[in-house]
Design a protein around this ligand. Structure first.
Ligand code: TTP
Ligand code: MG
Length: 369
């Protein structure tokens, strides 16, 4: 049975990190810019401006190789905080048009706009409007793809980068997919592509010809899915992310332990992982929870809240250690340790909080800018 036709928009910013750098440093505009690890260390390229891509530079390439290909490029470190702020701006724009927004990364999302438009023509107009809003509010360009399913919308957005807007209608889909190289199909990486090529399969038309049963034999469940994609069938819904309630890490130990110092070292590792994730998400949290599971499987949690919240491991550890020493009696061994921060709020609020409570630290942070 044919489902009701949907209208899906996929939006992806162009050379995201590099474009932000060119926006903030006008002297780099029109020049090859490479954002990522430094070429004299063992860094990799996060992304390259379109000018640098002409030299063959691309994401995930060792920075040293990038330097060899394009020695005149400006190499810049990643400014994750700035990109995250831009990401929040574009996600807010998307949410003005539908609640069905599924972010795939900082610069990319699917929007299901079926309820806001009549047909794909109107979805194209809406995509154009969203691109305009992005340009106006962030001074950055995005590419958009419009189609009746996620897979085709994503491929469409990649068709005319940068600053592209491409629609693949139901009528066009079949011819389009038949000509599409297998690497472009969702879920086909290098390994699967090589495997298919040994069977003489190069394009969507070949996939269709091979048939669902044979593809299932070769690739299992994924093969059947691939066959449906080749036929232009992709009913996966756009799934808005649930609101995150906490950030936590825990570890079940290989051997139960009694040594408190060993436990402290593990807590340090866990707290550092939680800190990194919080920074990545731009969050801090009011409540810090220590979780301990004893060797007899009894579970204990201890939660401490403070108004200025927790983000850095260095601030979590004294609290965790003191909680731990109150719990440990030397008799029971521990089989699991966990650290969770909940009651999350944005980092901007966290920094404001610190500005009031620890002015010296704030000014130090500012002077490092
Ligand atoms: P992409 O959207 O894949 O790439 P892009 O925006 O730089 O370029 P395009 O115009 O082709 O969309 O990724 C978004 C950002 O994610 C990118 O600017 C940097 C980061 N990133 C990495 O850090 N490592 C990677 O391997 C990739 C692919 C991206
Ligand atoms: Mg992008």
């Amino acid at each position: 049975m044919q489902e009701q036709k949907r209208a899906i928009i996929h939006i992806d910013l162009d050379a995201f990190y590099a474009s932000v750098e060119q926006r903030d440093h006008p002297e780099y505009r029109g020049k090859p810019v490479i954002v990522g690890g430094s070429p004299d260390r063992r860094g990799v390229v996060a992304t390259a401006s379109y000018e640098a891509r002409q030299f063959g530079v691309h994401s995930a390439m060792p920075s040293r190789t990038a330097f060899r290909l394009c020695p005149s490029a400006v190499f810049l470190p990643v400014r994750f905080e700035v990109y995250r702020a831009v990401s929040q701006q574009i996600m807010a724009i998307f949410h003005q048009h539908t609640v069905l927004v599924e972010p795939l990364s900082l610069d990319e999302a699917f929007l299901d706009v079926t309820e806001s438009v009549h047909g794909l023509d109107e979805a194209v107009q809406l995509a154009r409007e969203i691109k305009r809003q992005i340009r106006e509010q962030t001074e950055l360009t995005a590419s958009a793809g419009v189609s009746y399913c996620k897979f085709l919308a994503k491929i469409a957005s990649d068709r005319n980068k940068p600053d592209g807007l491409t629609v693949i209608t139901t009528q066009e889909a079949s011819a389009f997919l038949e000509a599409l190289p297998i690497e472009k199909f969702f879920g086909v990486g290098k390994v699967t592509a090589a495997r298919l090529r040994t069977l003489g399969i190069q394009t969507g038309a070949d996939l269709k010809r091979l048939g669902e049963l044979r593809l299932r034999e070769v690739l299992g469940k994924h093969g059947a899915q691939l066959y449906h994609y080749a036929c232009g069938e992709d009913n996966r819904p756009v799934e808005p992310v649930r609101v995150r309630k906490s950030v936590g890490k825990e570890v079940t130990l290989e051997h139960d332990i009694r040594d408190q110092e060993q436990m402290e070292r593990i807590l340090e590792k866990l707290a550092t992982q939680v800190e990194h994730r919080l920074i990545e998400l731009g969050l801090a949290g009011k409540t810090l929870t220590l979780k301990v599971r004893w060797s007899n499987f009894d579970l204990l949690t201890r939660a401490i809240s403070r108004p200025q919240g927790f983000q850095q491991a260095g601030e979590m550890l004294p609290v965790l250690y003191s909680q731990l020493s109150r719990l440990i009696d030397g008799k029971q061994a521990v089989r699991l340790l966990g650290v969770t921060v909940s009651g999350l709020f944005s980092q901007e609020a966290w920094l404001r909080e610190r500005q009031v409570s620890t002015p010296s630290l704030w000014s130090k942070e500012l002077s490092q800018e």
